[in-house]
Design a protein around this ligand. Structure first.
Ligand SMILES: [Zn+2]
Ligand SMILES: [Zn+2]
Length: 387
């Protein structure tokens, strides 16, 4: 199961870039830049390059194989009383422990979910956070080393060609193909340093504040809510201080602290403080839901040409799904843009019992507004609120 995650375009690209940069840097060092037979430094250079590769691959494969830690399907807390503080996942038919979220790509609830990463083809979560972050650290470091080797090789060989600088006689001639390979490897290495370096910076902030990307979003809304409702300052429960926060993820064993279900919290908070806040936010969201009835079919295509040029030009800038609609469907809409709406399709009781959930964007012109869900007849099927 875990190894199957590697057979995907994301891991293929990540491993292709890693091996290309490493191979070109090693060939450069061996043939042109610092052949070990001429200098001890050349031998060290090759050894350090290989150490970077080993550290990158070790953390990469570990992050993929260990996975983020999935919540068992149908999970319930031991304390039945605690159920009222937790969100229920209809897909997994179980409660979500504090800090867990459902990933629609993995189709499972993930412990302390940060995000779904296409490069490891699984989520970054509780169990693989440490290896994932170390991979994000070593990949730019290794690529920087490879970039320096490639650029210096090109430079020395150009200087050799015009007879300006002679260091070691090249083992083989530096051909046009070698020059192109170095250009490609340099570009890949430079791109990786920028892109993965940026990701590392984001993850460093996540670890220092002990606040995942999803939790940052919840906290932003909690602060807004506290200001609007005059309910005092919102206290984020998991910020234990920089040093303790870092130790939760990064330690010599690369083993995360905790079981993924309960977490140390600051004084005055409980393990359920954030879950309770999420339930409150969800309740307020339900109050704002507007019911729409579908009046025009929609195929679920990302560029629905038949729905007008403006709808096509103003597609939502998001990877969230688009939902196919047929006339008569009811949608509970939570947000929208000028030409698109986002909401949950109202399902039959059998579909809901199967854990089915249809949520996504559709063109605004395909549906007409019926009114706020909270103001419509509570007994009607389509206003039925989710647990
Ligand atoms: Zn779930
Ligand atoms: Zn995922």
């Amino acid at each position: 199961m875990a190894l199957r995650r590697l057979f995907h375009i994301g891991p293929f690209i990540a491993l292709f870039v890693t091996f290309t940069c490493y191979s070109v840097a090693v060939i450069d060092s061996y043939l042109w830049l610092a052949p070990p037979k001429y200098s001890i430094a050349g031998g060290y250079n090759l050894m350090v390059l290989t150490v970077w590769l080993a550290l990158i691959l070790h953390n990469y494969f570990w992050a993929v194989i260990i996975g983020p830690g999935f919540v068992p399907k149908g999970w319930r807390p031991d304390d039945k009383e605690a159920e009222k503080y937790l969100q229920f996942c209809h897909s997994c038919k179980g409660f979500k422990p504090p800090r867990a979220h459902h990933c629609r790509t993995c189709k499972r609830c993930v412990m302390k979910m940060d995000h779904h990463c296409p490069w490891i083809n699984t989520c970054c979560g509780h169990l693989n956070h440490s290896n994932f972050v170390l991979f994000l650290f070593f990949a730019p470091v290794g690529c920087l080393h490879a970039l320096i080797v490639c650029v210096m090789t090109i430079l020395y060989q150009l200087l050799w060609t015009v007879d300006l600088y002679r260091r070691y006689p090249p083992t083989v001639n530096f051909s046009v193909n070698a020059f192109l390979a170095n250009l490609i490897a340099s570009g890949l290495a430079f791109g990786t340093i920028l892109a993965v370096g940026m990701l590392f910076y984001q993850q460093a902030r996540v670890i220092i504040s002990n606040k995942t990307g999803i939790e940052q979003w919840i906290v932003d809304k909690a602060i807004d809510r506290a200001m609007t409702n005059n309910s005092g300052k919102f206290v984020y429960p998991y910020n234990l201080g920089t040093s303790k926060n870092i130790k939760q993820v990064i330690n010599w064993k690369c083993t995360p602290v905790g079981d993924g279900f309960s977490w140390p919290v600051v004084e005055g908070c409980t393990n359920y403080s954030l879950s309770i806040e999420q339930l409150e936010q969800k309740r307020e969201k339900m109050q704002r839901l507007v019911l729409f009835e579908v009046t025009e079919c929609y195929s679920g295509w990302w560029l629905p040409c038949t729905k007008g040029i403006r709808t096509c030009c103003c597609i939502p800038f998001s990877d969230e799904p688009r939902i196919a609609l047929k006339i008569g469907d009811k949608i509970q809409v939570s947000r929208g843009t000028k030409y698109w709406l986002y909401g949950n399709k109202v399902l039959t009781q059998e579909e809901e019992a199967d854990g089915k959930r249809v949520r996504g964007w559709f063109p605004k012109q395909c549906a007409k507004r019926l009114g706020k869900v909270s103001e419509l007849d509570d007994n009607a099927d389509y206003t039925k609120k989710r647990k």
